[in-house]
Design a protein around this ligand. Structure first.
Ligand SMILES: Cc1ncc(COP(=O)(O)O)c(C=O)c1O
Length: 384
């Protein structure tokens, strides 16, 4: 059963009754040495699997030299990572922070500073951008807001995947449109192919900042390094976290010279942002997400979805997938939290999201044999 360990913790999480003490590749191990297949990757974070030797070496080398000095001084690891991120994204400048929500807070501030008085940001219903007040206010889901009013002002929410709704919401105060390329927390909601292109065009026409939240979709999850690259566009601001350092805390905001030009020393900052250890791991992560890995994401994502469909389980009502971001829509009589628990009892780690969606975010390095373990477990659970 799902348990919540709230003797000392504030009761923010309902934790599963298992403690992992080791990880290796796509597997996790508990205290008794039981081996679990990890199809969640710490919620889209450990994309290159656990205990990757090159990442461990990069982090340990940095730990042995220097693990904090603040952003008041130069940092070669940061310079190296910023160079790689700008070259690979097509953007010009980087701001480092520690998490996804902080990256979005910075993006909101940068857009408003650029706006010079214009402050309204259009966001999408069902979006998830984080838990701190600015990002929370941008996350148009009532259930996240309850108990936390008043929200930060200056956000207008419109239906996702509806360009006309964005057009209709524009007014003189609008400065930015902020979207996820795929809504992850909302249950892997994939917009139409031209949604991002239409937003880009609209932002160009109206001198608006296009903010793309790639915190979950970035770092190869959808089969491109960044999901907006499927659309051949360049946003003005891109926010990153989760997979960036394969589990060490790091966030980043990429922005165009146009946006960065509005920012001056003292207008934003972070004590820990761009910590040398996290950044050293991230430098390796970006080197390891090769074309070969992206090809694997595309082929394994396709295979996984095909095999789920071929299982012919009648409780499965739909499959949503882009690369290795997979949502399995379950019939309303299935409690997906209980279903995730059933998988865990059978030594497979999966997640849930949105409206009755079983969520799969396996490491980008999975092979067909891992997919077969998942499918065998799925069919066992549904007695096929
Ligand atoms: C799209 C998106 N944005 C922002 C966040 C918040 O990231 P963090 O939990 O690192 O603050 C998440 C986390 O799930 C996310 O999926």
């Amino acid at each position: 059963m799902v348990k919540s360990n709230n003797i000392y913790h504030v009761n923010t999480y309902q934790r599963f009754d298992v403690e992992f003490i080791k990880g290796n590749g796509v597997y996790l191990f508990d205290k008794e040495g039981n081996k679990f297949l990890d199809f969640l990757s710490g919620i889209a974070v450990t994309c290159l699997g656990h205990n990757n030797k090159e990442l461990v070496t990069a982090a340990i080398n940095q730990i042995n030299n220097l693990w904090h000095v603040s952003n008041l001084f130069l940092s070669t690891p940061q310079e190296d990572l910023a160079k790689k991120l700008t070259e690979k994204s097509g953007l010009n400048k980087v701001f480092f922070c520690n998490s996804g929500t902080e990256a979005n807070e910075a993006a909101i501030k940068f857009a408003r500073k650029f706006g010079n008085g214009k402050s309204t940001i259009i966001t999408a219903d069902g979006g998830f951008h984080g838990r701190t007040m600015g990002s929370l206010s941008a996350s148009a889901q009532k259930k996240l807001w309850e108990g936390f009013y008043p929200l930060a002002p200056g956000f207008v929410n419109v239906p996702y995947n509806d360009i006309e709704a964005i057009k209709n919401a524009l007014d003189k105060s609008t400065i930015a449109v902020m979207v996820e390329p795929v809504q992850g927390e909302n249950g892997v909601v994939i917009p139409s192919d031209n949604y991002l292109n239409n937003i880009r065009a609209l932002c160009n026409e109206n001198n608006l900042i296009m903010i793309v939240d790639e915190i979950q979709t970035g770092f190869g999850r959808t089969g491109k390094l960044f999901a907006y690259q499927h659309n051949n566009i360049t946003p003005d601001i891109v926010t990153l976290a989760k997979g960036i350092a394969n589990g060490l805390p790091l966030g980043a905001v990429l922005c165009s010279d146009k946006v960065a030009g509005a920012i001056t020393p003292g207008s934003h900052g972070s004590t820990f942002g761009g910590n040398p250890v996290s950044v050293s791991a991230a430098n390796k992560v970006i080197d390891l997400i090769t074309e070969e890995i992206l090809t694997n994401v595309n082929s394994m994502g396709k295979l996984l979805s095909e095999k789920i469909a071929a299982s012919n389980i009648e409780e499965i009502k739909g499959i949503r997938n882009t690369g290795l971001m997979v949502g399995i829509e379950m019939s309303p009589d299935i409690d997906v939290k209980e279903l995730a628990q059933s998988f865990l009892s059978k030594k497979v780690v999966v997640g849930t999201a949105g409206n009755n969606i079983l969520r799969l975010l396996p490491p980008l390095i999975i092979e067909e044999k891992h997919i077969n373990i998942f499918i065998n477990t799925l069919t066992k659970i549904f007695n096929k």
